[in-house]
Design a protein around this ligand. Structure first.
Ligand SMILES: Nc1ncnc2c1ncn2[C@@H]1O[C@H](COP(=O)(O)OP(=O)(O)OP(=O)(O)O)[C@@H](O)[C@H]1O
Length: 352
């Protein structure tokens, strides 16, 4: 099998027809320079697909620059994308290259492209047409050679219909479209993905195993957070049950309500890698009690629970605030306010 195929098969796991199509798409698209638009719900694998496409393309030894288009504050967008000259605005103490220049010769992955402001859509279209950028405060155009991969969970055609997304930009970005279905539409992928996530970084198999019933339970779940949610459940199982054969009941506890309210909800990281035995026991639900503890405060409990769920959403969304906010159906700004109130920071609590 050629190297490209091996690399794709090793990176993109799954047995469904949809994932077979994704792998075929990558083999074909890697040999071209055409812009790719990947659509699909949050956590379904858009970024890993973009990354793999770059890794097997002739641009692999150049940069892969991934940018979340929705996460950049409006007043910094231009400087972030195009760079800036020293002194071009307050705080611009040095000259800085923007995302396009950093991706020169390589690939620029624009995630959440649907979140891009209309002003940025115009600028992006211009760059895609003439292949040049100008730094903020700069006097000359700089030629860039960038392969574009864009991604979104939104239906851009609907947004075009509402006048919120430029049709001309859509056609520029969508030379090769790729649709990735939600995980619950491709259940044949669940088992191979579980086996993949059970493997340790060095390729060895972890001692955590699932019974057939646990597997069936996982197969049946709806996976609203898609592959990211599945990965996090397996990682959590590896941490909490490091040497065990896990049954359906334990999985159910782990996924839904295996926490003693007072104890675990006080933690910032829901699944600490270095948790002690007592904490793990609590997380397993070993010491669940039916009675309220003495001096129980509902207000305090609800605050702690909110904090736990926010940090869980952040972990599940790999620290991407916009995605975490969507998981708990909050506006991004509200989510950020709550993060501040709870003193939470964006970090990947589940680093594998
Ligand atoms: N088919 C797959 N094989 C192996 N790992 C996968 C697959 N699909 C997704 N993953 C893993 O699941 C997690 C989420 O995937 P990814 O970040 O690519 O999703 P996404 O669609 O870009 O999410 P978002 O829209 O929220 O940015 C990552 O850890 C990724 O490596």
């Amino acid at each position: 099998m050629p190297e490209t195929e091996i690399a794709i098969d090793q990176a993109i796991i799954g047995n469904s027809a949809a994932i077979h199509e994704v792998r075929c798409f990558l083999k074909f698209a890697a040999a071209t320079n055409a812009s790719v638009l990947i659509t699909g719900p949050s956590g379904c694998g858009k970024e890993i697909i973009a990354n793999t496409l770059h890794a097997v393309s002739p641009r692999a030894d150049q940069a892969f620059v991934a940018v979340n288009s929705g996460a950049i504050p409006k007043d910094l967008v231009e400087a972030e994308f195009f760079g800036h000259e020293k002194g071009s605005f307050t705080g611009a103490d040095n000259q800085r290259r923007g995302h396009f220049e950093r991706a020169d010769g390589g690939t620029l992955f624009l995630d959440e492209i649907g979140e891009m402001t209309s002003a940025m859509q115009v600028r992006l279209l211009r760059i895609l047409e003439d292949g040049k950028v100008r730094r903020v405060g700069g006097a000359e155009d700089i030629a860039v050679d960038v392969r574009m991969i864009a991604a979104t969970h939104q239906c851009l055609e609907t947004r075009i219909g509402k006048g919120e997304f430029r049709e001309d930009l859509f056609y520029r970005l969508c030379v090769l479209p790729l649709r990735v279905p939600a995980l619950n539409q491709r259940r044949d992928d669940i088992e191979p993905l579980i086996r993949h996530f059970l493997c340790n970084k060095d390729g060895s198999q972890s001692f955590t195993r699932f019974t057939r019933e646990a597997m069936l339970y996982l197969q049946d779940h709806d996976w609203p957070g898609n592959v990211r949610e599945l990965r996090n459940v397996v990682m959590r199982a590896k941490i909490i049950y490091p040497d065990d054969l896990i049954g359906a009941e334990q999985i159910a506890k782990l996924m839904h309500h295996g926490h003693h309210p007072g104890a675990i909800s006080a933690k910032i990281e829901p699944f600490p890698a270095a948790a002690g035995k007592a904490e793990l026991a609590t997380m397993r639900g070993d010491s669940l009690e039916d009675a309220l503890p003495p001096a129980f405060s509902l207000k305090e409990h609800l605050l702690q629970e909110e904090r736990r769920l926010l940090s869980m959403a952040l972990a599940q969304a790999d620290g991407v605030v916009a995605a975490a906010a969507r998981l708990v159906q909050l506006e991004r700004t509200t989510f950020v306010e709550k993060m501040k109130r709870h003193n939470l920071v964006r970090k990947e609590a589940l680093a594998a």
